[in-house]
Design a binder for this molecule. Structure first.
Ligand code: HPA
Length: 269
């Protein structure tokens, strides 16, 4: 079955199960699932009940869609995403984004857990992504272009909306914290980087490193959605501190920033 037919089938299932046509889509990263509990009139649909949906297997990812309202805005939240390191293609990693776009959302808010490369960051910092470097060796736009979705050669000069970042910065300020900005380097994973790779990434201009987000952001831009992406620096990147990185630490930092992260997303939306 072609990709658009699968996406449209999943989108139709969401409309029939939730009755919601979202203006904004939100994708939640590792350990950052708490926001899904904040929606009004929430309807939850496990991914397993949605046709063609890639199951999320990573620990810390719930694997459910929650539709509801933040203020007056209709929102669809994906709690759990598909990653390349699970064996999914970039197209599958972007499937949920395609569905959100097909449901008519004009904006996508993406969150992730990331390693901090920029030495001015510290563990627990929230950073708005200003741009990315795709080192995943994969791209969801590879293959025949579906002109219904977007152009063959999409522009990425403002892949991360300047206006949305300004809104997020103001919202953070009102909540009493500074929202930094930085460039996100995306790798396929699943291993954390070597210290040599982190030195290389710093040299090429990266401030953050992670294993997600870029497939979704490319598909969203292709479809003309505005993108805001926020990283939680769950750990300093390999070799920055004299300690090893483990997934439990990543999840624990996510839990620690839970209330700040949730408040920021609510304010932004
Ligand atoms: N590297 C890559 N991905 C990550 C990291 C990291 O240090 N922390 C959380 N996700």
């Amino acid at each position: 079955m072609n990709q658009r037919l699968m996406v449209d089938t999943a989108a139709a299932a969401i409309v029939s199960k939730t009755g919601i046509r979202p203006a904004v889509g939100v994708i939640l990263g590792s350990g950052l699932g708490a926001f899904a509990e904040e929606l009004r009139e929430a309807v939850t649909v496990p991914y397993a009940e949605l046709p063609h949906w890639p199951a999320s297997t990573a620990v810390g990812h719930a694997g459910k869609l929650v539709a509801g309202y933040v203020g007056e805005q209709a929102v669809v939240v994906l709690s759990g995403r598909a990653h390349l390191y699970e064996g999914y293609s970039a197209q599958q990693a972007a499937f949920g984004t395609r569905v959100i776009g097909s449901l008519g959302a004009h904006s996508l808010v993406v969150t992730n857990a990331a390693g901090g490369i920029n030495l001015s960051y510290s563990q627990g910092a929230l950073v708005a992504i200003s741009d990315h470097v795709n080192l995943q060796g994969a791209n969801p736009l590879t293959g025949p272009n579906d002109d219904h979705w977007g152009p063959r050669f999409p522009d990425m000069t403002e892949g991360y909306s300047i206006a949305s970042r300004a809104i997020a910065r103001e919202a953070a300020k009102e909540l009493g914290f500074h929202l930094a900005e930085g460039v996100y380097a995306a790798l396929a994973g699943p291993n954390y980087e070597t210290p040599a790779e982190i030195r290389y990434l710093r040299t090429i201009g990266a401030d953050l490193v992670g294993m997600s987000t870029v497939p979704e952001v490319l598909a969203a831009n292709h479809m003309g959605m505005k993108v805001l992406a926020i990283s939680c620096v769950t750990n300093m990147a390999a070799g920055v501190l004299d300690q090893k990185i483990d997934h439990e630490e990543v999840l624990e930092t996510g839990r620690q920033v839970r209330s700040r992260f949730t408040a920021l997303l609510k304010a932004v939306i």
